[in-house]
Ligand binder design. Structure first.
Ligand code: IYR
Length: 229
């Protein structure tokens, strides 16, 4: 083995860039944008199976995300067991039913404005995708390491990893949606996760149903989202 390159006493390796032409960089940026721009959050899944090796590669892609002090403060629990998926669906729908109907009660979880904002997306408390999709990936954020060492920017790190995961799912030709049943502590119980973890996001993964509709909504233009100086 060759001697490692040391900087400040720590081992470094040379970063190998692809060194592409400007034209290729232009083309890559355009191609990837067009590919990502057709991604949609899908709520209507086929039960067609997806192999565990596909899910493993999706999770490895997510875990290639940058994180605070490279602590990789995440755990991905991938569930294909029908009984566990049913338990999750039952518990999630119980919370969601409460949330969607809570404006009638004193402990309103979702405001009228929030419910109105969701109307065009057609969401409600009923979550069939939790049992139809062949896999549920539940992302847990690690507030500390298992041995109580500090983690940094946990929210940001997990958000970035979730973005990588969603992109990988789309790139593979599969679909997902970011489901955040609220409150979602039931996931910690059902999946038997330790104290240093809290549920972050639930992503069903699979193929879309044969007939599959998504809301006709549009993305903001570059002028609305970006400022160049
Ligand atoms: N957690 C609920 C409500 C919900 C909230 C937002 I903000 C959405 O963009 C979509 C749904 C649910 O999953 O239905």
């Amino acid at each position: 083995m060759s001697n490692p390159h040391l900087i400040n006493g720590y081992p470094y390796i040379s970063y190998q860039s692809e060194n592409l032409s400007e034209e290729k960089v232009e083309a890559n940026a355009q191609f990837f944008y067009e590919k990502m721009d057709v991604r949609r959050s899908v709520r209507s899944f086929s039960d067609k199976p997806v192999s565990q090796s596909v899910i493993e590669n999706l999770i490895l892609t997510a875990s290639s995300a940058p994180s605070g002090a490279h602590k990789q403060p995440w755990t991905f629990v991938a569930v294909q067991d029908a009984t566990v998926k049913s338990q999750i669906r039952e518990a999630a729908e119980k919370e969601e039913y409460e949330s969607y109907h809570s404006r009638m009660t004193y402990h309103s979880r979702m405001t009228d404005e929030w419910l109105d904002d969701l109307k065009p997306l057609g969401t409600d408390w009923d979550k069939p995708f939790l049992t139809t999709a062949p896999w549920l990936i539940i992302m847990f954020a690690q507030t500390t390491s298992p041995d109580k060492k500090k983690h940094y920017y946990v929210q940001e790190s997990c958000g970035i990893a979730a973005g990588f995961l969603i992109s990988a799912i789309h790139h593979a030709g599969l679909v997902t949606l970011t489901h955040t049943p609220s409150p979602m502590n039931f996931l910690k119980k059902i999946l038997n996760r330790p104290d240093n973890e809290r549920p972050f996001l639930l992503l069903p993964v699979g193929y879309p149903s044969t007939e599959c509709y998504v809301p006709d909504i549009h993305r903001k233009t570059l002028g609305e989202i970006a400022v160049f100086m």
